[in-house]
Write a protein that binds this ligand. Structure first.
Ligand SMILES: [Zn+2]
Length: 396
């Protein structure tokens, strides 16, 4: 087009010349390949959230909430619309990871559980964080599904008009040399995903549309169920207690024996809570140490149960196998989880602040917390056939 014609059009329409990437609904639109600079905004948005003052004070549970809700919604805004470059997906995953484990600028923290373990649903033992890399594939899968099924969507109609004139079948379509980076990339992914599609490994919702969440889960492959997940993540337990219990259940807290295995110097490797001179291990701290055991005995007695002695996994499995009502199982697990949480907290206070914590104070605290949490569910269906427990704990 000549400059003169261009000017004429601009004058008569009142438009001005824009430069790609232009913005649509706050997202930059580009026909060229996205690079790190284009995606800078995404990474910057996430970084801004993470470095804001308040988020550094949060517990693991608070940070998990932020990752699962706030950060994911920022990413989701981009990742479900665009095919993002691998470098950007890796960068975003890294940001999530560092934030969850509490790393900040110049202050690295150890990741306590591997990222691929974290990125699976809770019922399989993870934290239900969505890995950006896989989520983007699940999202692109949706675009392909729409194309393959010729859904009545504007962009699908447009693509059929522009790029798929010769064939109606997306799988047979060969992209022209001069097509956009985006269309080329979608076709590359199509080849990669062809088997996945032909084996029907994507998942549809009951009303026949593509389910991104279920397809994401299908991509995770064969996962082993965590049989005690309902007790670990019961709503009766406080969120911060659930997170510490989840870590202790897997033996992932940084006890002194683990620090030594990582070649981190430990001044005194013995447990600081009791006078037993035993090495501080998960086994000692949460199973053998009488500091916690006296507390558990007292609390179990208060709830009218006799608690088994054993490792965290054994005890949760034992609670699960009781022929109690579900609410009772969850309440006993919540009491147990609280003792694990406070044992770890008392250990840290002893270690870093040289403070002794009185078990009577903790027992009173746990009773109060359980009462409050149970009060909240007294009207629920679960509570209806568990009145004796409610009466025992809440006194009504
Ligand atoms: Zn001890």
């Amino acid at each position: 087009m000549t400059e003169e014609a261009k000017l004429r059009i601009l004058n008569s329409t009142g438009f001005s010349i824009g430069v790609l990437p232009i913005r649509y609904l706050g997202l930059p639109l580009s026909s060229k390949k996205w690079n790190k600079v284009d995606c800078y905004q995404l990474v910057e948005k996430i970084t801004k959230r993470i470095t804001s003052g308040y988020s550094r004070q949060l517990s693991y549970a608070g940070r998990l909430q932020i990752v699962n809700v706030v950060l994911f919604s920022i990413y989701n805004f981009w990742g479900t619309v665009f095919i993002l470059p691998q470098s950007v997906l890796q960068e975003v995953d890294k940001k999530y990871r560092e934030f969850l484990w509490g790393s900040s600028e110049g202050h690295k923290k150890i990741a306590l559980v591997a990222w691929d373990k974290v990125c699976v649903p809770k019922k399989y033992g993870g934290l239900n964080i969505k890995s950006c890399k896989l989520w983007n594939v699940a999202a692109v899968g949706k675009l392909l599904w729409q194309l393959a099924n010729k859904k009545d969507v504007l962009w699908v109609k447009w693509v059929h008009e522009i790029y798929m004139k010769d064939t109606d079948n997306i799988w047979e379509n060969i992209p022209p040399q001069d097509c956009s980076w985006y269309w080329k990339k979608l076709n590359v992914l199509k080849t990669e995903m062809l088997q996945w599609y032909q084996r029907g490994q994507y998942v549809l919702t009951p009303n026949g549309t593509y389910s991104m969440t279920s397809s994401y889960q299908a991509m995770l492959g064969l996962l082993h169920k965590c049989p005690e997940a309902d007790l670990l993540w019961s709503s009766i337990m406080q969120p911060r207690q659930r997170f510490i219990l989840w870590l202790a259940y897997q033996g992932r807290l940084l006890t002194k024996d683990r620090l030594q295995n990582m070649h981190i110097q430990v001044e005194n490797a013995a447990c600081g809570l009791c006078e037993q001179e035993s090495a501080e291990t998960h086994q000692h701290l949460f199973t053998e140490c009488h500091w916690g055991n006296t507390m558990r005995k007292d609390l179990a007695n208060w709830m009218g149960v006799i608690l088994l002695r054993g490792t965290i996994q054994q005890i949760l499995a034992w609670i699960k196998s009781r022929c109690w009502k579900q609410l009772k199982k969850e309440a006993v697990a919540a009491m147990y989880g609280a003792t694990i949480y406070y044992t770890w907290q008392a250990r840290n206070w002893r270690q870093f602040r040289q403070k002794h914590v009185n078990t009577n104070f903790i027992i009173a605290q746990i009773k109060k917390e359980l009462q409050v949490r149970l009060e909240r569910v007294t009207e629920s269906r679960k509570a209806r056939n568990c009145q004796d427990l409610i009466h025992r704990i809440c006194g009504r």
